[in-house]
Ligand binder design. Structure first.
Ligand code: FAD
Length: 355
């Protein structure tokens, strides 16, 4: 089995390392952080097999069953699935746990910056830092963990069309005592401004709250989907795999890492075959990422009032697919036929998903 170098042991890199090392690949992971602790909303859209990962890493913190959508502070939709749709995870535990599994399977984790050294298989998994985070394709996002009161199975998103972003309120424990509240806006590139806004929002929405932890990080919402650059494969955010309209990067990181691991297992040493298998393995994910980019660009190109009207008028069926991350370009066709103005969205989305 081949030597594999993975740059970055975050969600995608540690997942990839844990699988490949278990299959006999000789894996080295470089990460600048000895222990993972990046800011996150800690939501993970549930997919087959995620139970096992969450259980094995002991990272379960709760689960979300119902959602409220707000647009510019006004309730637009609410949806109760009656079953769990997201896990709330202790993300450092998930990532550090996957690193431990990788090490137990024989991977070597090196706590230093990737020096761009290459192995027969090299994978860029540096997350947003695989890109220039100051070039306008990333948003700086802030989150607080606060002590307050919140339904532990409920999540809220409040889209802001003028600021081009959203606030979120997610549970952070199964008891309704800890809350993850945060925001990111394209309009505000400095965390100082976002901090003031999140504080104000927390006061309005939660009443009394006490900040226990504050963290911020960039998220690359507009970088091009790039599954490899030259002979370096890419996974997770380094591959541009983030659902921009939701800031969802955890599931795409796990899914792309699993897809590349499958492709390497079945295709190596034929690099062309590995590429074909990897591309096929992430094709649905890539379509949904491209769709999210198109939707984002439409909201951005439109007048904030028109954007608010469109968002507020979307039916429950749209939000059901949004929260389960199953929205596909074809889902916009019935919407477009029913709602004038959405036709352009459907056409652009369908075109974008073809390329
Ligand atoms: C505040 C915030 C809230 C979020 N909330 C959610 C959410 O609720 N749900 C969701 O699905 N997504 C969320 N996201 C997005 C999600 O966190 C990321 O998309 C996800 O972590 C991407 O995983 P990754 O493995 O690609 O990158 P990362 O998890 O960022 O891992 C990258 C790793 O590379 C390492 N690294 C960086 N540079 C180098 C280098 N030069 N050499 C070696 N190592 C390096 C880093 O230390 C890190 O460990 C949020 C993002 C932010 C910022």
């Amino acid at each position: 089995m081949a030597d594999v170098t993975i740059a970055g042991g975050g969600v995608a890199g540690s997942m990839l390392a844990s699988i490949l090392a278990g299959r006999g690949f000789r894996v080295k992971v470089y990460d600048i952080m000895r222990s993972y602790g990046k800011a996150c909303g800690d939501a993970l859209t549930i997919r087959e097999g995620f139970d096992r990962i969450v259980e094995e890493t002991g990272s379960y913190k709760g689960e979300v069953h119902s959602f409220t959508v707000m647009v510019n502070g006004l309730e637009a939709a609410s949806i109760d699935f009656g079953h769990r749709v997201w896990f709330i995870i202790d993300k450092p535990k998930l990532v550090n746990g996957l690193r431990e599994i990788a090490e137990a399977n024989g991977a070597e984790i090196i706590h230093s910056r990737w020096s761009r050294g290459k192995a027969p298989v090299t994978v860029d998994a540096r997350g947003p830092y695989a890109w220039n985070v100051d070039d306008g394709n990333s948003v700086f996002v802030l989150r607080y963990i606060v002590e307050s009161k919140w339904d532990p199975r409920h999540a809220l998103l409040d889209f802001r069309t003028r600021e081009r972003g959203f606030y979120w309120i997610f549970p952070a424990d199964p008891d309704g005592r800890l809350v993850n509240i945060g925001a990111g806006f394209e309009e505000y590139r400095k965390l100082d401004r976002v901090r003031i806004l999140v504080n104000k929002y927390a006061g309005n929405m939660l009443g009394k709250y006490k900040i226990l932890d504050e963290r911020g990080a960039p998220i690359s919402i507009k970088v091009p989907v790039t599954l490899w650059s030259g002979d370096v494969f890419r996974v997770g955010e380094a591959a541009g795999l983030v659902i921009s309209t939701a800031g969802e990067g955890n599931r795409p990181a796990l899914e792309s890492a699993s897809a590349l691991a499958r492709a390497l297992t079945n295709g190596w040493p034929d690099k062309g075959r590995v590429r074909r298998l990897y591309k096929k393995g992430v094709s649905r994910l890539v379509s949904s990422v491209k769709l999210s980019r198109t939707l984002l660009s439409i909201v951005e190109d439109s007048d904030p009032q028109w954007g608010a009207k469109i968002l507020s008028g979307l039916p429950k069926s749209f939000w059901a697919k949004y929260f389960t991350s199953t929205l596909m370009p074809k889902d916009l066709i019935p919407l477009a036929l029913k709602r004038p103005g959405l036709g352009a969205i459907a056409v652009r989305s369908l075109l974008s998903s073809l390329f």
